[in-house]
Design a protein around this ligand. Structure first.
Ligand SMILES: NC(=O)c1ccc[n+]([C@@H]2O[C@H](COP(=O)([O-])OP(=O)(O)OC[C@H]3O[C@@H](n4cnc5c(N)ncnc54)[C@H](O)[C@@H]3O)[C@@H](O)[C@H]2O)c1
Length: 374
């Protein structure tokens, strides 16, 4: 049995959202041991978090730069770190660990600018390190099946890529009411210039690219701030041109009343179409032109053996968000342990930041077409 990976976290203290999800995902995978962390900028919460997570007191650090230095110097130091702070800290934290020779798993968006993402790619390469990015939805078994269906050519020529990610939790100005997650997400100093676009629009774009294997060549984007006083967009509507006649549309919103976590992808080719919704992630609709719609199910009849390692239980027992997250961790672990893993990384993040910046440029420029930087 291979030893588990000695793992650390930056961010993810008590009451943080995604840090706990990362811990659950690693536990589901079973191959990571949390042994160090800098969980919060608040000293008391940092220590309380370390104690709650079972991290030795001397490995709970007051800042991530010290953590990187001390952990790199230890014989039993961490091999990988996950960064789950607000966006503006990702770049400096990722750089500190990569330069210390520690592999990095960063949540999205990897950085607040495209040029920072390119710098991180270079730093990871120079230091021979892995830089993974947790686009967790790509770990869903049915999304992997969708990618395979597209790659096999079953849709024919792809005509339309329709993707949306809509929520309603920012319908009111809750950033003014002390909601911490809303506060940093609507502050351009912490979130970056892209609000809803960088928070969930980037997941939608990444998912569409992952399944189709395509990148948009140019976009025409309209960013709106519906809530008075809000400093960043809370709604994005974009038209995408993928080249070779493939068109698309992306809608991301955090003011879509009645929507919870409605990430949905539809692909339409000249022979067939497919449709997937993250709130019903165990099913994938596949329809050949002129035939009845088929509902394919995770681990069900006809599910490919090559994807069964992404399923933990038989068909009909739902798997979803956490299992997909754990699948990403599992793929990363395989690579860190000397094998190869199929997971999103800095290359994906660069494409996604190019998308974000093209949308911002289009919106700045009267919604004109804006080319993605290659
Ligand atoms: N993959 C996903 O589905 C997904 C979902 C939610 C959030 N995210 C991303 O995860 C990141 C965190 O989002 P969240 O919703 O968990 O935010 P959050 O506000 O709930 O948590 C942020 C955590 O970072 C800690 N922190 C802040 N400054 C720090 C510092 N200097 N040093 C150490 N820790 C510090 C906070 O104490 C807190 O524990 C963001 O980049 C966000 O975009 C990804």
């Amino acid at each position: 049995m291979t030893d588990s990976i000695r793992w650390g976290m930056v961010g993810g203290g008590i009451n943080g959202f995604i840090g706990e999800v990362h811990r659950l995902a690693t536990r589901l995978d079973g191959g990571f041991s949390l042994v160090a962390g800098c969980f919060s900028s608040n000293d008391e919460r940092n220590r309380a978090s370390g104690a709650l997570f079972g991290v030795p007191e001397d490995r709970v650090y007051g800042d991530f730069a010290t953590m990187a230095r001390y952990e790199a110097a230890r014989i039993d130091g961490i091999q990988a770190v996950s960064i789950v702070t607000p966006n503006h800290l990702h770049f400096a934290a990722a750089r500190a660990f990569l330069e210390a020779g520690i592999d990095v798993i960063c949540d999205k968006p990897l950085s607040t600018t495209l040029s920072q993402a390119r710098d991180l790619e270079a730093i990871a390469r120079e230091n021979g390190r892995t830089l993974a990015v947790t686009y967790n939805y790509t770990g869903n078994a049915m999304i992997r099946l969708a990618r395979q269906i597209v790659a096999d050519g079953a849709l024919g020529t792809l005509r339309l890529v329709q993707v949306e990610y809509i929520q309603d939790w920012l319908t009111d100005n809750i950033e003014q009411m002390g909601q911490k997650q809303a506060q940093w997400r609507t502050d351009p100093q912490q979130a970056g210039r892209a609000g809803c676009l960088g928070d969930i629009g980037v997941h939608a774009y990444n998912l569409a690219s992952f399944v189709t294997g395509l990148q948009a060549e140019r976009v025409c984007a309209d960013l709106t701030r519906f809530v008075p006083g809000r400093q960043v967009d809370d709604n994005v509507q974009a038209t995408l041109d993928f080249g070779n006649g493939t068109r698309g549309a992306l809608w991301a919103s955090q003011v879509a009343v009645g929507s919870e976590n409605a990430l949905r992808l539809r692909l339409i080719g000249d022979k067939a179409s497919l449709s997937w919704e993250q709130e019903h992630p165990n099913q994938l609709q596949f329809t050949e032109h002129g035939s009845a719609r088929q509902i394919l199910s995770r681990n069900g009849a006809g599910f490919p053996p090559s994807l069964q390692h992404l399923c933990r239980v038989p068909a009909g027992h739902p798997e979803g968000y956490l299992e997909a997250f754990a699948n990403i961790y599992g793929e990363i672990r395989q690579q860190l342990q000397g094998g190869s893993g199929d997971f999103p990384d800095v290359g994906d993040a660069i494409n996604d930041l190019a998308f974000i910046e093209a949308c911002l440029a289009s919106d700045d420029n009267d919604n004109c077409w804006s080319a993605l930087e290659r």
